[in-house]
Design a protein around this ligand. Structure first.
Ligand SMILES: Nc1ncnc2c1ncn2[C@@H]1O[C@H](COP(=O)(O)OP(=O)(O)OP(=O)(O)O)[C@@H](O)[C@H]1O
Ligand SMILES: O=C([O-])CC(=O)C(=O)O
Ligand SMILES: [Ca+2]
Ligand SMILES: [Mn+2]
Length: 646
């Protein structure tokens, strides 16, 4: 059959026409406005709170509606003024995105106790458990000093405070806490009364409610499901919300649905100062803890570590009540399930040494030791990043990527490459990242009972041996002492090292008397046969200015020998003054450095420095001489005898 010329022309025509039409369909959008187009970009994510057991669409709508109402009620209750209307009108979502926030509260409480104020006329918008991407956008848009670093991390500034303010911490002293907590000399708990707490709480809540929007994080503490604590953090900055997103345990959508009422709430109004006319206030910063109300208020500091360590203080109160020991320690586990704890004050190596490519990371800073074994309290790590190098600490380096918050670092204004050696803002530069950013993190972050308890000290006097095996009383003596001696100044030239003693290697966070935690540690170590070690990550070959910091590579070899069990079998000699058992040999470590006396050219200077440090230990321990540790008077005496002797 032969086609007529007409048929051919028709076929070509229809071919072209349809082709063109098709192409047109492919290359254009049906939306008429940019807003409509943008609305296509965002696919509705699976409901963050799926409806369980809902049979039909109708039932589902009602349940979701009800759940949403409950959530609004809960947030409104959290933000309630205690002296005026009971709860603000709250709306979920960003106030600038009107079209996306039709969910207006139906639950405003109109039962004024002391009359309505103007503040009750406005809505408080809240941004609930936003994702890191959403928080990036908020931070970059609204918070000065927030930038994306070349690695993808969010670089932020914490403002005037670049570290914690322990002198501004207050704890409400009431009938219960008066007897339960450690008060007085040496204690981190500086008292305030309930009324003053409420004054500060009202100040923080009023500030937060006066803002366009607040961030709300509902999250968990403690990977042990039996002893999980639900926390709510209300804050004014996306930086704070992302920091806590990384540092606390992130709930699954299911867990969030069933979150219910939080066990503890933080009101972080850090940009807003406290009122110095308020009783007990000695600066414009106040971090206030009320255990009865299960609340914490932050005024006048934006340093995010206050939230992290405030919650740690809470755990130091709650956990011992349940016979669980809370610990300022890092924790990791070998392939065979051997767990090690790393205690030590700031900068001694908890994060560095627990992040070990050959072992599973359980956590870098806060743990619980219960009848079930160990569990991390947190969902993230908070690493120092001053002088961070890819070569020496590759896992931490690689964790600084999208989602990670880097605080107070300096970067190239064009390339946004971070210069980790730059201390212009502070020496305490930090990175907060979710624990799963470390490739060999153990999720869930729990493990069996520890086999090794490693006490880290950075001894700038250079007289403590690189490693010593400790008896149980010695472990307790050094745990209660909590010694380190970092060098304060960063300028060149010889600086006098200053000894720091911080009970339980975390006196700033404990709530009960140190001997309570020590007794629990002794009991657990004995019961589970854990070995104690003292590792000096500080100076060797002389004090600061003469010797140098022991090579990280050597410390890692020492730690390897502890983990493998080899060091337990080594030959030991005993040192003068401190009576420490030191090994004569460790694979990969020069034997002559194992006894510090060998590394000092001036033996007399060594002797004097050793005695000086011994004296400082003795003096520090005086405050504990009248306390009993545990049920056993014998243990107390053994501990007292386990200190320096001269
Ligand atoms: N021999 C060594 N052992 C351990 N750390 C060392 C050694 N030499 C140098 N360092 C450096 O010391 C620092 C140890 O800091 P790290 O972050 O581990 O402290 P931390 O105990 O976790 O403190 P914080 O509780 O404040 O987080 C790191 O910067 C590390 O690179
Ligand atoms: O709390 C902080 O800011 C940092 C930290 O881990 C510590 O000091 O122990
Ligand atoms: Ca750390
Ligand atoms: Mn710490």
């Amino acid at each position: 059959m032969v086609e007529t010329s007409f048929q051919i022309i028709f076929r070509i025509f229809t071919f072209f026409f349809s082709e063109k039409k098709c192409r047109q369909m492919e290359n254009s959008v049906s939306e008429r406005t940019l807003d409509e187009l943008h609305s296509l970009q965002k696919k509705k994510s699976a409901p963050t709170t799926p409806i369980k057991g809902a049979a039909g669409a109708f039932a589902a709508t009602i349940t979701e509606e009800e759940r949403h109402k409950q959530q609004l009620q809960s947030i409104s209750a959290s933000l309630a003024s205690l002296t005026r209307e009971t709860g603000p009108k709250v709306v979920k979502g960003d106030p600038t995105k009107k079209a996306e926030t039709p969910r207006v509260s139906h639950v405003t409480h109109h039962t004024p106790t002391f009359g309505i104020s103007d503040s009750a006329l406005k809505f408080t918008h809240f941004l609930y458990n936003l994702s890191p991407a959403e928080l990036y956008e908020q931070a970059i848009k609204y918070e000065k000093g927030s930038f994306i670093a070349s690695s993808g991390a969010l670089a932020t500034l914490s403002g005037a405070k670049t570290g914690r303010s322990p002198r501004d911490k207050r704890v409400v002293k009431d009938e219960t806490t008066e007897d339960e907590l450690w008060w007085g000399k040496g204690s981190p708990n500086i008292e305030m009364d309930e009324h003053t707490f409420l004054v500060n709480r009202e100040r923080a809540v009023d500030y937060l409610c006066s803002l366009e929007k607040v961030y709300v994080n509902d999250q968990f503490l403690n990977w042990d499901p039996e002893h999980r604590v639900k926390v709510r953090i209300v804050s004014a900055r996306a930086y704070h919300s992302l920091f806590m997103h990384n540092m606390c345990i992130r709930p699954t959508p299911d867990e969030l649905e069933n979150f219910g009422t939080p066990d503890f709430t933080i009101y972080n109004a850090g940009q807003f100062p406290c009122n110095r006319y308020t009783h007990y206030m000695t600066s414009s910063t106040s971090i206030d803890m009320n255990l009865a109300r299960k609340e914490m208020v932050i005024l006048g500091t934006q340093y995010a570590g206050e939230m992290k360590k405030g919650l740690f203080s809470l755990m130091h109160y709650l956990m011992p009540k349940r016979q669980i020991l809370s610990l300022h320690s890092g924790c990791n586990m070998g392939k065979d399930g051997d767990v090690a704890l790393f205690f030590g004050l700031s900068g001694t190596g908890k994060t560095t040494l627990s992040t070990d490519h050959n072992r599973y990371l359980i956590g870098d800073d806060e743990h619980c030791w219960s009848e079930n074994g160990v569990s991390n309290i947190e969902g993230g790590c908070y690493a120092k990043c001053i002088d961070l190098s890819r070569e020496k600490e590759p896992d931490i380096w690689n964790a600084i990527k999208f989602g990670t918050v880097v605080e107070n670092v300096v970067f190239d204004e064009h390339t946004r490459e971070i210069d980790y050696s730059d201390k212009s803002v502070t020496e305490n530069t930090r990175a907060a990242y979710p624990i799963e950013y470390i490739p060999n993190a153990k999720i869930p972050c729990v493990g069996p009972h520890p086999k090794n308890v490693i006490l880290l000290a950075c001894d700038a006097f250079g007289v403590l041996p690189p490693v010593s095996k400790l008896s149980l009383p010695q472990t307790m003596y050094h745990f209660i002492s909590g010694y380190t001696a970092l060098v304060a100044g960063t300028e060149d030239g010889i600086k006098e090292p200053t000894a720091t003693f911080s009970a339980c290697f975390g006196a700033a966070f404990i709530m009960l008397h140190p001997t309570k935690y020590a007794a629990m540690l002794a009991e657990k170590m004995e019961k589970h046969g854990a070995a104690g070690w003292l590792v000096n990550t500080g100076w060797s070959g002389g004090r600061y200015g003469l010797g140098s910091r022991i090579k990280l590579a050597y410390t890692r070899k020492i730690i390897d020998a502890i983990h493998s069990g080899v060091l337990l079998e080594a030959n030991y000699t005993k040192t003068e003054v401190f009576g420490l058992e030191i090994p004569t040999e460790i694979e990969g470590v020069p034997s002559e450095i194992l006894d510090p006396v060998n590394t000092w050219a001036d033996k007399k200077a060594y002797e004097n420095t050793l005695l000086k440090l011994g004296g400082l230990f003795k003096k520090n321990f005086e405050v504990f001489l009248n306390y009993k540790i545990g049920a056993d008077k014998q243990l107390t005496e053994e501990i007292l005898a386990a200190g320096p002797n001269f």
